[in-house]
Write a protein that binds this ligand. Structure first.
Ligand code: BGC
Length: 743
């Protein structure tokens, strides 16, 4: 690139920094002053992280990390003379990970997967989990958590959906931002990731994700925009994929124009590990290359330091841009306070186990219940527990986010597969086991376990029982999409056989995504436990026994079949690792339930669906429209807003939690569905609560790509209150004046 082009591409940044100067925070001032004192060597050294482990496998270790007491995912040397600490990053969203390179580490709390937090619809839990994770990070010296995974679940085959919060932008943003707030409250920087449209794992390094740019703003990008506003994450991690032809880490439009330009993001942008094939990404908005050896291995590219140094010497990397990269990293360090650590915090593992348990209790979803649950705890029931290694433990998703629990896994079985992540794909089992926890929850019952080894053998056990609890598991993970919606290892046939042998069958699933459940009409109850973490067995037993009243709501739509989803066939699935592929996200902003509403297709279980052992009613829905004042954190200034108030009442005879959901169902001349608000409320029998939601105007708007602003169309808007996207109970309409606002 010649000098002119280089300076042109830096232009939006310079404009951005001129504006920023006018409103510098204390962290900005410190970052600017420190950067001014740095030598170029010091500057360049901050612009990469290397793998923070001495066991690189295919990736050669960096000798400088040999001294680290606690190896991690990424390490950047600090600059002691300027008080800048080493930057040490670790995964992340479900607890502090240890993929085997810290043999003396006794394990961390293995929290439930993020999809479980998604199903809880409870931002407080996301925050509590974030605080706990950050404290466990700090005692190991990790000051950056690669957390806040928040890609939207666009495809129920995506192997990594369990690491995210579901398919809705608002829900994902609210939960991810609370996790980040929790982490950063402990003086640990958190990322939000993977920016953006990293919605499938198939050949992810060679995947070009195609989307209409305006619709992108209304979906995945809106999720990031809201989450960034609510939590000011220190860093944004880019995805592996391309978006509309340009790699995420070098995507000028998404980084310079949208993230740093339109949204004014002040933190730094780091790449994913092995997602920086060329140094020019620095000109397009990337501030730090991560795990540099992975780039060398995958792309043959030299770590950022040398090529950037040369580019700088040749005038291809402007001084302003170099300073900007460094200042962004420093600014985040100062804003979050990683340079001000006092003594290490105390970690109360029992308390963290309680948090893990609470997340599982609130995120388990009762999908179906034909008066089968809860099971009586005081009767001498003969219970047959079938399959899913339920005599050993509950399972986890796999990949960089998998957490080794305190005391270790009860068993680990290699599964394997193609690509760099194949060796990380394992059947991990956390103790205690569901069978042990069921024995505690049902002390009067006789519990027999059958491994579900063959359908015929399982049916023999099922026939002898009063009730069958069949477990279905599917290991999903980073680097792998699912080819279909079936359960592996013949489990669908086993469940079918036990349901035929004993109609009083309850199924408990541990999967990261919806599955097809060909046996679903033959069983009396279905409990979706996702990947419920180290306390998962107890939460499952408590739900089955009615000690916990289920309140989880599915954050992903369950399709009747793949034929009903936006991509019945997944492009590139089955091509060998390393093949360039293109996946078109032609559903645009109509992700998940939005798609089913637009196409008028009824899913198997709608987004937001989840049953309870009590009942709730909604009354007095009142809607009003007005100018968005920006007075509340969740409603930015500009545009118009809608305020909805209503009463929710527990009309059953048990205490329980409900999640009333407010949706837009029609806009002028357009059928359009958007989740506008939600709140989880705990109510005693007979208790009522009045709730008021004030809507983010962007959820009422469309993004006008020409004006580069949000636009509310003038006219009537239909708003509905419901139990899920498929169960709307009260509807009102209101008029909006319309107009352009925001960016
Ligand atoms: C994942 C990231 C993770 C990084 C570091 C990558 O494989 O995509 O989410 O943070 O590894 O472990």
């Amino acid at each position: 690139m010649n000098r002119l082009l280089a300076s042109l591409s830096a232009l939006p940044l310079l404009v951005g920094s001129v504006q920023a100067l006018a409103q510098e925070s204390e962290a900005d001032v410190r970052a600017r002053e420190t950067e001014q004192q740095m030598t170029d060597d010091e500057r360049f050294s901050l612009l990469i992280s290397v793998l923070g482990t001495v066991e690189g496998g295919a990736l050669p270790p960096d000798p400088r990390v040999a001294h680290l007491e606690n190896p991690s995912a990424g390490w950047t040397p600090g600059i002691p003379r300027l008080g800048i600490p080493d930057l040490q990053s670790s995964d992340a969203s479900m607890g502090v990970t240890n993929p085997g390179y810290r043999p003396d580490d006794e394990g961390a709390t293995a929290f439930p997967a993020s999809i479980v937090v998604g199903a809880s619809f409870n931002p407080e839990l996301a925050r509590e989990g974030g605080v706990a994770i950050a404290r466990e990070a700090r005692i190991r010296g990790f000051n950056i958590m690669l957390a806040g995974g928040m890609n939207l679940a666009r495809d129920v085959r995506n192997g990594r959906n369990f690491e995210y919060y579901g398919e809705d932008p608002l829900l994902s943003a609210v939960l991810a931002s609370e996790q980040v707030n929790g982490i950063q409250s402990q003086q640990v920087v958190s990322t939000l990731k993977h920016y953006t449209l990293n919605a499938n794992e198939t050949n992810r390094h060679w995947l070009d994700a195609i989307i209409d740019p305006a619709e992108h703003r209304e979906s995945d990008l809106l999720a990031f925009q809201i989450a960034i506003e609510r939590s000011e994450p220190g860093a944004i991690m880019t995805g592996y994929n391309k978006i509309n032809g340009e790699y995420a880490g070098g995507n000028r439009h998404l980084l310079n124009e949208v993230l740093k330009g339109a949204w004014g993001y002040r933190g730094y942008v780091m790449s994913d590990w092995g997602a920086t094939p060329e140094w020019q990404f620095a000109l397009h908005g990337l501030d730090q290359e991560s795990g540099a050896q992975a780039d060398k291995f995958l792309w043959g590219s030299e770590p950022f330091t040398e090529p950037l140094r040369q580019a700088h010497a040749q005038g291809k990397l402007p001084k302003e841009r170099l300073s900007d990269m460094v200042r962004r990293i420093l600014r985040s360090a100062y804003a979050v306070g990683i340079d001000k650590w006092g003594p290490a915090p105390t970690v109360d593992t029992a308390k963290h186990d309680e948090i893990a348990l609470d997340i599982a209790r609130q995120g388990i979803v009762l999908l179906k219940n034909e008066a089968a649950l809860p099971l009586a705890t005081d009767e001498p029931l003969k219970i047959a527990v079938v399959g899913g290694h339920a005599q050993q433990g509950v399972i986890s998703g796999t990949g960089s986010g998998a957490v080794a629990p305190v005391g270790g896994f009860v068993s680990v079985t290699e599964i394997g597969g193609a690509g760099l992540m194949g060796k990380h794909r394992k059947l991990f089992l956390f103790q205690p086991s569901p069978v042990d926890e069921l024995r505690k929850a049902f002390p009067s019952a006789q519990i027999d376990f059958d491994p579900g080894y063959t359908p015929a053998e399982a049916a023999l056990t099922a026939r002898r029982a009063d009730v069958v609890i069949a477990f279905g598991i599917r290991v999903e993970g980073e680097g792998f999409d699912l080819p279909d919606l079936s359960l592996p290892w013949g489990q669908d046939a086993v469940i079918d056989a036990v349901a035929a042998a004993n109609p009083n069958t309850i199924v408990v699933l541990q999967t990261g995504n919806p599955v097809s459940m060909p046996w679903r009409d033959k069983v009396r109850a279905i409990v979706q436990a996702w990947y419920p973490g180290q306390a998962g067995s107890r939460a499952i037993a408590e739900v089955l026994a009615g000690k916990v009243n289920p309140s989880g709501r599915t954050p992903i739509t369950w399709p009747m079949s793949l034929a009903d989803t936006p991509r019945p066939t997944l492009a590139g699935l089955g091509t060998p690792w390393g093949t360039p592929i293109t996946i078109r996200y032609d559903e645009g902003a109509e992700v998940g339930y939005r798609w089913y509403a637009k196409k008028d297709v009824k899913p198997l279980y709608a987004f937001g669906h989840g049953l309870s052992y009590t009942r709730f009613s909604y009354d007095d829905l009142k809607i009003s429209a007005g100018a968005a004042a920006g007075a509340k954190a969740d409603v930015p200034a500009g545009g118009e807003t809608v305020t909805a108030s209503f009463t929710v009442t527990n009309t059953g005879d048990r205490e329980g939690a409900d999640v009333p959901q407010l949706y837009l169902t029609a806009a002028p001349n357009e059928k359009r569905m958007r989740l506008l608000g939600f709140e989880r409320v705990v109510l005693k029998p007979g208790e009522s609560r009045q709730l008021t939601f004030t809507v983010d105007p962007r959820l009422l708007a469309r993004f006008d790509g020409k004006a580069n602003q949000w636009r509310i169309a003038e006219g009537a808007y239909r708003i509905a209150l419901g139990k899920s996207a498929g169960d709307l109970l009260l509807t009102e309409s209101t008029k909006l004046e319309g107009g352009l606002f925001g960016k």
